[in-house]
Design a protein around this ligand. Structure first.
Ligand code: AMP
Ligand code: MG
Length: 491
């Protein structure tokens, strides 16, 4: 039999102190949940094989395919602001890397695959609910065009895992451009292992920013690239009302992809101070804090890279500071460009800031649904061509004076209104993974073994920008009794 997956494991070729060799631990009775056909094809994996009992056994960790070299990577990280010197893949193994048909390299990781040397007393397992949540939200993010880790396949284990109660276990095959985190660099910086840091710089540049391999100062070039990528990413989160929920430095990737869909959530009604995570007691990772936290995390990366930036410490600090100081401006620029697109403005102008601020203030005061409010502006941009969400949603009357100002602003634009509307529809999704729908899908699967709501929701979410009236249930904000007030990490 030819190998079902062709691996090329570059991280496993790095010195062995960057990881531990660690096989997944077999489970009792693997059962298929879902296979991501398009992603499998991108990776050159036959989706029919992946969905077969053999493929299911591989995702469950019961069979290690030829060419895989399972490892658990080591990292550290600031968790809610406190430094933890020893983290690592405690419930995941990197099966190996695959070169995609797009010429890019991808990690294939099994999450929930059993204990590793970094489990710190944890069971290494993942509850079914957490796996389904990550599948839904990461694929929704991908469909909305955000850089993100993805879901290749999910399987049940036939085992129960002990959380507050016993719940069914599952494994997610997660795909990322890499799993190299700020915390990976922090781990080796804390050990003053300059050689490992240097190797990580080379490796990360080659994988994600190969054009910067020519730079005179490669560590600085890497830092600058990561700052740019994270500024773009976090701006996109803000523009969608996405709250990551656990922006620890071990949950921020050098690739600039969103990772770790734990207690994450999309806001329904807009509140800049919104916190949904049950473990975020101080509100550190509230919606409005996300850009500031990203900035803080990037300063931690700069700190870790300091010994490589310049032999003279003062010079090194100055270079790091300069790089990190660029973040707010880059974030603002990405945010403004994105806001201009959401509002149908061809270009951001200086005084558009006031227009946006006023809108957001009104939305917060009126408890307006973030997603539908913007989507409705797209309807209004060209009433003749609308696929209106008005059947679900009305703008609060208090927005009327603001709408006047917005229309005046639009009148200074030259784009024809049909074209503007189409562009606004592409910038303002109508189907997002609403918390109450996600909960409903998870509950049906976990409590009733019914995966139909999960599959149905996923199929809606992969096409987030085009409104289909028959699917209005999936676009409708929660009724008061459906509102989810807290999300859980689900580890
Ligand atoms: P997270 O905050 O979810 O990114 O996880 C933080 C750390 O805890 C990581 O090092 C994880 O590998 C580890 N961890 C989380 N859940 C488990 C578990 N069930 N068993 C072992 N390690 C875990
Ligand atoms: Mg994590």
């Amino acid at each position: 039999m030819s190998a079902p997956v062709t691996f090329d494991n570059s991280y496993a070729r790095l010195p062995s102190r960057l990881y531990s060799r660690c096989d997944p631990v077999a489970v009792a009775a693997p059962g298929p949940i879902r296979v991501n056909t398009a992603l499998a094809e991108l990776l050159g994996i036959d989706p029919r094989w992946l969905a077969s009992p053999e493929g299911t056994a591989v995702v469950a960790g019961n069979v290690i395919p030829p060419g895989a070299e399972p490892i658990a990577t080591v990292y550290a990280g600031h968790q809610f602001g406190s430094y933890n010197p020893q983290l690592g893949d405690g419930r995941a193994v990197l099966l190996g890397e695959v070169l995609g048909r797009d010429g890019l390299r991808y990690d294939v990781q099994l999450k929930g695959s059993g204990p590793t040397p970094y489990s710190r007393g944890g069971d290494g397992r993942a509850p079914l609910g957490a796996v389904l949540r990550e599948y839904l939200v990461s694929e929704a993010m991908f469909a909305m065009g955000l850089p993100t880790t993805r879901a290749l396949a999910a399987v049940t284990t036939g085992e129960q895992v002990a959380r507050e109660t016993f719940v069914p276990g599952a494994v997610l095959a997660r795909v990322a451009r890499s799993h190299i985190r700020i915390g990976t660099f922090q781990f080796f910086a804390a050990r003053q292992d300059a050689e490992a840091l240097q190797l990580l710089v080379e490796h990360t540049l080659a994988r994600h920013y190969p054009e910067a391999l020519d730079a005179d100062n490669r560590p600085l070039a890497l830092l600058q690239r990561v700052i740019g990528a994270q500024a773009q990413l976090v701006a996109r989160w803000q523009l969608l009302g996405f709250i990551h929920g656990v922006m620890n430095t071990d949950n921020m990737l050098l690739s600039g992809e969103t990772i770790d869909y734990g207690p994450c959530a999309f806001m329904d009604d807009f509140d800049p101070a919104r916190v949904l995570s049950s473990i975020d007691h101080g509100g550190r990772y509230a919606y409005r804090n996300q850009p500031g936290i990203a900035h803080w995390n990037l300063a931690a990366l700069a700190q870790a890279l300091l010994p490589l930036l310049h032999p003279d410490q003062e010079r090194a600090v100055a270079l790091a500071q300069q790089a990190v100081d660029a973040f707010p401006g880059q974030f603002q620029e990405a945010y403004h460009t994105g806001m201009a697109a959401k509002l149908g403005l061809g270009q951001w102008r200086q005084d558009d800031g006031a227009l946006v601020e006023e809108l957001l203030e009104l939305m917060a005061r009126e408890h307006s649904d973030f997603t539908l409010c913007f989507r409705h502006l797209a309807d209004l941009a060209n009433p003749a061509g609308a696929q209106p969400v008005t059947e679900l949603f009305d703008l609060p009357p208090a927005l009327e004076p603001w709408l006047q100002r917005w229309r005046q602003r639009l009148a200074t634009e030259t784009t024809p209104s049909e074209q503007r509307q189409l562009a606004m529809y592409r910038a303002n999704p109508v189907f997002i993974p609403r918390n109450h729908l996600v909960e409903e899908a998870l509950q049906a699967a976990v409590e009733g073994g019914d995966f139909a709501p999960f599959h149905a929701l996923l199929e809606v979410l992969v096409e987030p920008f085009s409104y289909r009236g028959e699917l209005r249930r999936f676009a409708t904000p929660p009724r008061p009794e459906q509102v989810v007030h807290q999300t859980f990490c689900g580890t």
